[in-house]
Ligand binder design. Structure first.
Ligand code: NAG
Ligand code: NAG
Ligand code: NAG
Ligand code: NAG
Ligand code: NAG
Ligand code: NAG
Ligand code: NAG
Ligand code: NAG
Ligand code: NAG
Length: 891
């Protein structure tokens, strides 16, 4: 009875204990290594438990790993799983942070039925020895060629062969000395730096080696996980193929064992479209059937990790058309271009917008939009109106899906340059004439230039010039030049000029040339440089209410032929101008003619000779002294090189001085010098003079002479004096000698006179009597070749005046009439007084000019008794014109 009771109590106790301490003991733990994966693999069973026969229970295992070398439990981890009859044996794995070969690992575990039952007993430690290579016949280094992430810690170990030990190791050129007798050592490098493809070398030196050997070397590759791909997007040019592109970021590893791979797939990774390695950045695949929406994921991965990017696209909204091509012109005229281009066909019919860009050098770039359907034939065109005539336009086209589906413009097509057609030149030429009057014929050079309103509208091929007189006789000429010279008789003429391009001709410009007439005087003035600017010459005139405008003309190169004839027009209220020209040079003389326009009439008002600038200082000429008598001396000097200084030299000063004597020469200015010296100065107001004869000198006296050129500005006295001594008076014998000779001579003459005829006839054959014809009715000119072509010196001729140069104009409908006589009334008031004085100075009896006559016994009444000078211009009589038609202009 008692025995039964005990049994029952024990049973209940066991039942009670079993319910309260439900323990399942792990058994048969086996530990192994997968060295490739550096994994520790655990495998175990649990004791049979009746409760687990019927149902699943949650069970938690605590797993501990012990590393002998570190003498430490390096891991305690809970592993929870659902336990049933069929899932045994249980498995768990762990990746070691150090090479498994480097240490001995011990593993144990215990279990607990969840939740919060009692722990089972620990299993015993199961060791797995990495040292099983220890007794090998060679040494090792672990890990072998491992890839690790930048900055991580890496543990290495060196294992010597049987019965040897490790003496040394180097990591990345840094040698560590170890002093052990150990067969195996372990060392850890922290924060390893990023390496190149070569990696970092690690050497171990063993006791049996005298130095490091390549055999005991390994390489560590330090790299990074791939960057996350950026800018993943896709587009299609034809809706047949989708092209996805991305920025792969930086690639850190190129070694085959850790290549970066890109995989483009759908989001669920069920369909992979592309995979590529290294720096690949695009993937192209065919759009499947009707699918237009794609959710794509791009994975970039290497041996260390992976990153992803996503994109959702609608293919219709990703159409990037290829650039349009075959740009061509259908029709064009002067103001319009019809531009055609071609589009590549696309799978679906879309609304496409094309943008046409048109550009020319002088207009702003313009753009036009045009919408077309993307269904063949794809040859859209656009009419571009309002273009400029004869202009090069550069055109290009780009297209894109229109409206909501707009994604991106295509690239621009290649450009095409089209020149619009020519049209008739617009506006008129500004024409002007330069007349060289002759005796019977005038040489009229007609010049033209584009007026401000003139537009060539093409390539001007020729200028047409026609002329006709009242009798309708005349001619025409076609030229590419900007001027033409016609020889016309003295009748009035109508001259017409127009410009022609390949389209047509401009409206004509007309110049009416009136009959050549005498015209009286034109005011002529020579001026200095007053009013000029650094590069411009000041020209002024007296404006009169009579005129409605003014024209100034001149030659840019007055010395050359052609002289580069220029003219400028001025308004009614203008009375002066600064004429600038790059051609103007210092010291050169320029002649400006000022014309007034009166209604449509024009007339020459004034001629002015001006300089741009004077040259300073003027050099004095070298001089010669000749013809020395007892009372006179002739001084002559060289004239100046014309190119340099002629323009501003106004004349010469001749200085004469004697020691302690007063200046006795008449009409000379007397100058007082320091030391009681007195000099006479004679001023010659003609730059063309080359000679001066000094008279009334005293015999046997030494005079000092100097010649000085002067310009507009006054100068100090010359300093280079040269001495000359006049001849002595003759002695008494010489005084007596003339009577001794003259008395018999007189007797002979008287006899001869008495017998004059016979003597004369005997002595002299018949000689024509010198006859001086009057200068009247004869135009006498001197053409000064050394001066400018228009620098002609004209001696007064009463009937045909040089002033017939004057133009008079009457313009009717753009026609300009030249009529010289129109100015007369205007100029009479001013001219009357001047005419008189002009005549008296410019006209001199011919005899005076034939040659220098220093010995004349009758001084001319002008009072210049002791000074006769020879003018280069006025004196040599160059020609008497009779019917010839010389080309000349008045100064
Ligand atoms: C290690 O694991 C890899 C991958 O699972 C396997 O291919 C290899 O056979 C395993 N090696 C050993 C020795 O178990
Ligand atoms: C494992 O689980 C037990 C019970 O839940 C807990 O007390 C212990 O702290 C856990 N150990 C670790 C390492 O998480
Ligand atoms: C647990 O260990 C104790 C003491 O070593 C032992 O008495 C007991 O039987 C063990 N429990 C099991 C289930 O093996
Ligand atoms: C370690 O290597 C260096 C260089 O090879 C050598 O000079 C040195 O003696 C070695 N140290 C030991 C302890 O062997
Ligand atoms: C190396 O160890 C031996 C004994 O283990 C010792 O005698 C020797 O001094 C040590 N050498 C160095 C450089 O520490
Ligand atoms: C794609 O993704 C969008 C949101 O990101 C979702 O609404 C849509 O259903 C997805 N489509 C597919 C085909 O997975
Ligand atoms: C160019 O052609 C267009 C279209 O035919 C026309 O409207 C325009 O007037 C033409 N322009 C010229 C300058 O002929
Ligand atoms: C042409 O179309 C584009 C895109 O629709 C738009 O941005 C642009 O303003 C348009 N230009 C003109 C001149 O209409
Ligand atoms: C247009 O370009 C062509 C070729 O460069 C050139 O010969 C022509 O002179 C240009 N036309 C104009 C009006 O600039």
């Amino acid at each position: 009875m008692n025995h039964l009771v005990f049994q029952t109590v024990v049973l209940y106790a066991v039942l009670y204990f079993g319910q309260g301490n439900h323990v399942i003991q792990p058994r048969n733990l086996k530990v192994s290594m997968n060295l490739t994966l550096q994994q520790l693999l655990l495998e175990w069973y649990v004791s049979d438990d009746p409760k687990t026969n019927h149902c699943e229970i949650d069970i938690v295992f605590t797993i501990q790993i012990y590393r002998t070398e570190e003498n430490n439990i390096i891991l305690t981890e809970n592993y929870t799983t659902a336990l049933n009859k069929s899932n045994q044996p249980l498995n768990w794995s762990w990746i070691s942070d150090i090479p498994l070969q480097c240490a001995t690992h011990g593993v144990r575990l215990r279990s607990m039925v969840a939740p919060l039952e009692a722990w089972s007993n620990w299993t015993s430690w199961e060791a797995v020895d990495g040292l099983d290579v220890l007794n090998d016949s060679k040494g090792y280094i672990f890990p072998y060629e491992k890839y690790v992430e930048e900055g991580s810690s890496v543990t290495f170990c060196c294992i010597a062969k049987k019965n040897e030990h490790v003496t040394n190791y180097t990591f990345h050129k840094h040698t560590e000395i170890v002093n052990t007798t150990q067969q195996r050592i372990m060392f850890t490098e922290t924060a390893v730096p990023l390496t190149s493809e070569m990696g970092l070398s690690v050497y171990c030196r063993f006791s049996y080696q005298s130095s490091f050997s390549d055999l005991d070397r390994t390489v560590l590759f330090v790299t990074r996980q791939p960057d996350e791909p950026r800018l993943l997007d896709c587009e299609t040019k034809d809706m047949v193929e989708l092209k996805c592109t991305w920025d792969p970021g930086e690639i850190y590893s190129y070694n085959d064992n850790c290549l970066t791979e890109f995989i483009l797939s759908d989001v669920s990774h069920t369909k992979t479209y592309c995979s590529c390695t290294k720096q690949c950045r695009l993937c192209q695949f065919k759009i499947s059937g009707e699918q237009t929406k794609y959710n794509l994921t791009l994975v970039s991965k290497n041996c260390l990790g992976q990153k992803q990017a996503y994109v959702d696209i609608d293919v219709a909204n990703r159409v990037l058309l290829p650039p349009p091509d075959q740009l061509s012109v259908g029709y064009q005229n002067a103001t319009m271009i019809q531009l055609y281009w071609t589009l590549k066909p696309i799978m679906k019919t879309l609304l496409v917008v094309c943008q046409v860009n048109i550009f020319s050098l002088d207009e702003e770039e313009k753009q036009y939009n045009m919408t077309v359907l993307s269904s063949p034939p794809l040859h859209p065109h656009i009419n571009l109106h309002g273009l400029q005539v004869y202009t090069n336009y550069t055109l290009k086209v780009r297209c894109a899906a229109a409206n909501d589906l707009f994604w991106k413009w295509s690239k621009w097509s290649q450009t095409i340059t089209i020149q619009t057609n020519e049209s008739a030149p617009a506006g008129q030429l500004d024409i002007w004439g330069d007349i060289s009057p002759g005796f019977k014929e005038r040489n009229v050079t007609v010049f033209w230039k584009a007026s401000p309103g003139f537009q060539a509208n093409g390539n001007i091929k020729t200028y047409e010039i026609c002329w006709e007189n009242v009798e309708q006789s005349g001619g025409c000429h076609s030229t590419k030049s900007n001027n033409y010279t016609i020889s016309l008789n003295s009748q009035s003429y109508k001259i017409t000029v127009w410009a022609k391009n390949s389209a047509s001709a401009s409206p004509p410009s007309v110049l009416h040339l009136s009959a050549a007439e005498d015209n009286g005087d034109v005011k002529y003035s020579e001026e200095n440089t007053t009013g000029n600017t650094a590069h411009g010459i000041y020209v002024s005139w007296k404006p009169t209410s009579k005129f409605d405008g003014y024209v100034v003309d001149w030659c840019n190169y007055p010395r050359s032929q052609p002289c580069d004839f220029q003219w400028r027009r001025f308004g009614q209220n203008e009375s002066s101008t600064i004429i600038t020209s790059g051609a103007f040079s210092r010291g050169m003389r320029y002649t400006f003619r000022v014309y007034g326009t009166q209604g449509n009439r024009m007339c020459l008002l004034e001629k002015k000779t001006k300089y741009l600038k004077e040259l300073e200082p003027v050099q004095d000429p070298s001089f010669n002294i000749s013809a020395v008598t007892s009372s006179s001396v002739t001084v002559s000097w060289e004239s100046y090189p014309e190119d340099s200084q002629l323009g501003f030299i106004r004349g010469y000063n001749v200085y004469i001085k004697m020691a302690n004597r007063n200046c006795t020469l008449k009409l000379s200015e007397t100058l007082l010098f320091p030391g009681d010296l007195v000099a006479c100065k004679h001023t010659i107001k003609d730059r063309n003079e080359k000679k001066l004869t000094l008279r009334n000198l005293e015999p046997g006296i030494t005079y000092l002479l100097a010649v000085q050129a002067y310009s507009v500005n006054p100068r100090n006295m010359a300093d280079k004096f040269e001495p000359v001594t006049t001849q002595l008076e003759r002695n008494w014998f010489h005084r007596l000698l003339p009577p001794l000779i003259t008395v018999p001579l007189m007797i002979i003459i008287c006899v001869c006179f008495w017998k004059s005829d016979c003597v004369r006839n005997y002595l002299f054959p018949e000689v024509p009597h010198p006859h001086v014809s009057p200068v009247k009715k004869t135009l006498v000119v001197i053409e000064d070749h050394e001066v400018t072509p228009d620098r002609l010196v004209v001696m007064k001729k009463p009937d045909i005046s040089i002033d017939s140069l004057l133009f008079e104009g009457r313009a009717i409908e753009n026609a300009t009439y030249f009529n010289p006589s129109c100015c007369q009334s205007l100029q009479d008031q001013e001219g009357a007084s001047r005419k008189l004085s002009c005549a008296s100075t410019s006209y001199r009896p011919l005899q005076d000019f034939v040659k220098s006559r220093p010995t004349t016994s009758c001084p001319p009444e002008t009072g210049q008794s002791n000074l006769n000078y020879v003018s280069q211009i006025k004196v040599p009589l160059l020609g008497v014109l009779q019917g010839a038609s010389p080309s000349f202009r008045e100064p």
